[in-house]
Design a binder for this molecule. Structure first.
Ligand code: ADP
Ligand code: MG
Length: 364
């Protein structure tokens, strides 16, 4: 069962103008066996490059890729025992479902019976066993992507690499396939490395998220860890929604946020800070011991299970969620209303104030 290790991996490209592009900057990474891992990050951060180096389709400028402690850096893709699925269906348009699935075992020279068995098992796995004679253009987008998966799995690869496999699909079908993909990987004890720029997809599908930015790894951990303990402003902002305020240290356990005092339990390490708070932690009333703010409701979004408010506080927009109670009473607030809201010192993330906050908050 493969455990993938990346050691000191650097990849440089040359641009059309002959300038150097540092796509991956000295990455070190352990990808656990039998887990669903995602490489998550904004477009251009190096996810596809990293995945292609793991597949062997491109070689690194520096560094190594190990599968189960064995250096595979010089091995071609077909000798790495991996299955891969791409965003744009990697299937042959002129071959029916059966022959598309049989392709990998066929070119590897498997016995006829073994090929038939592998095709049968994998088509059943992805729910296409009754469409074996269909041509790809007779299938829906979701079915074509499931065929891509059957094809990737047909050679019994235990390591599955997927590059944005759901991004080209209709949102509803993509969301359904997320669930199917995870189920197939977990039930068959596969190791998956899935590239996506979609944080919601990564949160739903992963055991382990590897958050990347500009050719580097920002943070790795479970979705819960990344959501609740983001290590940087970028991580807090990229995963889920987050509000930010600048703040100043008053004493070890007291900070000032725009003239309001807030007690915090942990020892404050920085004189100048940025604090982050999730929308569900904004309380739309005053609580003793919490910092109180006033703003005007710019917008109320009804999301079914909650209301999302956009509250204008001196030109800054603060997002707040309020759960919709069972009684379904009409919302008491209206757009344009003045509201008070409060935050608790227990719910905030504290980051050192960066030189350039705009850069930290940009999503690329
Ligand atoms: P992602 O998949 O996260 O969107 P990529 O890995 O595709 O990002 O790209 C990372 C960086 O490397 C980008 O700046 C991209 O333009 C550059 N890049 C990728 N492939 C090549 C290539 N073959 N030649 C030149 N630049 C490349
Ligand atoms: Mg990509």
């Amino acid at each position: 069962m493969p455990k993938v290790e990346i050691i000191g991996l650097t990849k440089k490209f040359k641009s059309a103008k002959d300038e150097e592009i540092l796509a991956l900057d000295n990455l070190n990474l352990n990808i656990p066996s039998k887990k669903y891992s995602t490489l998550l990050g904004p477009s251009g951060c190096g996810k596809t490059t990293l995945l292609r180096i793991i597949t062997g389709l491109i070689s690194p400028t520096k560094g190594q890729v190990l599968f189960n402690k064995e250096d595979v850096s010089l091995r071609p893709p077909q000798e790495r025992d991996i299955g891969f699925v791409f965003q744009h269906f990697s299937i042959f348009p002129h071959m029916d479902v059966w022959h598309n699935t049989a392709y990998g075992p066929l070119v590897r020279g498997w016995e006829k019976e073994d090929i038939a068995k592998a095709v049968k098992i994998n088509l059943k796995l992805v729910g296409l066993d009754d469409r074996a004679k269909a041509l790809p253009h007779e299938l829906s987008g979701g079915m074509r992507q499931r065929l891509g998966l059957a094809r990737a799995l047909a050679t019994h690869a235990k390591l599955l690499l997927l590059d944005e496999p759901l991004s080209a699909l209709d949102a509803k079908i993509g969301a359904y396939l997320r669930y199917e993909l995870r189920k197939i990987v977990k039930n068959n004890r596969l190791t998956a490395i899935h590239v996506t720029h979609n944080q919601e997809e990564a949160m739903m599908i992963s055991d382990n998220i590897i958050l990347m930015r500009k050719g580097r790894i920002v943070q790795t951990g479970s979705p819960v860890e990344l959501y609740n303990y983001p290590k940087t402003i970028f991580a807090a902002n990229f995963i889920g929604k987050c509000n930010f305020f600048t703040a100043r240290k008053l004493s070890d356990n007291l900070i000032d946020i725009g003239g309001r005092k807030l007690a915090v339990k942990k020892n404050i390490k920085y004189d100048e800070m940025v604090i982050g708070i999730r929308p569900e932690k904004i309380h739309l009333k005053s609580h003793p011991g919490q910092a109180l703010f006033t703003g005007k409701i710019d917008l109320i979004n009804f999301l079914g299970h909650l209301y999302e408010y956009r509250i204008n506080v001196n030109g800054n927009i603060i997002k707040a969620y309020k759960r919709i109670k069972d009684d379904k009473l009409p919302e008491k607030y209206r757009e344009g209303d003045k509201v008070n809201f409060s935050i608790s010192g227990d719910d905030i993330f504290i980051f050192p104030k960066p030189k350039d906050i705009k850069k930290e908050l940009s999503l690329d």
